[in-house]
Design a protein around this ligand. Sequence first.
Ligand SMILES: [Zn+2]
Length: 280
Amino acid sequence: MKILLLALLLTISIQLIAKDLITLRGNPIQGGILICEIAESVEKVFLDHKEIPIFDNTAILGFDRDAKLRHILTLVMKNGEMETTEFYLTKREYETQRIDNIPPEYLEDPTDPDVIKRIELEYSTLHEIRKNIYKNQFIYLDDFTIPVENGDVTGVFGSNRILNGITVSPHNGLDIAAPKGTDIFAMTNGVVALTGNYYYNGKFVLLDHGAGLTSIYIHMSSINVEAGDYILTGEKIGEVGSTGRSTGNHLHWGVGWKDKRIDPELLQNIDDIFLKIGMR
Ligand SMILES: [Zn+2]
């Protein structure tokens, strides 16, 4: 009886100790992100041999529209041991969106030197801010929410676009059409990294969610927040409009992980476990 009890206790304690080193949840697909829950015993995580920052036992891995499909995940334990595994992303097919009858002035590049200077300055400001965001040492993740309720999706992530017969760069966000003045909410907890009224973006808010994850909301009619503000999931940050280079009232919602473009629509079902690496 004593031996049986001892064996039972031993089994229970082994199960308690045998914790997963890393659990990846999310969408293993081009344009998707994976949220990693990491055990205390893990010192470092590498994706394709590049170190990924860990905050509060959490790390994010993001994959571009055209990311390669095979990836290598390496864990370095505090005791010096290493674990390596490879995984594959699902390949995506992107639709082609043809829009004709766009007023030509929306497609022409500006020629006015002052406007060109302005665009260059805006581009470099945004670039600098994003570079600093990647260095930030925090994570503010929470559940994700859609920034505009009851809108119509008029443009999806990744689509190849032919505007007035001319091929332009693929669409890198999600367009949600809604009447001017419709509330725009933060997709998850974050800090306002930048707001502005730019030539192309119009009025916009850039949120920093930590661990390299950002979201941008552009063409707004009004902005309710300032750089440095802490914003909670679902909090109002502004209203839908058509400022900047836009042909109608809509929100262009962009999501990024470092310099990779992420599909905002994929953030809605992020809880499925994709991969677990357990203790050997
Ligand atoms: Zn758009």
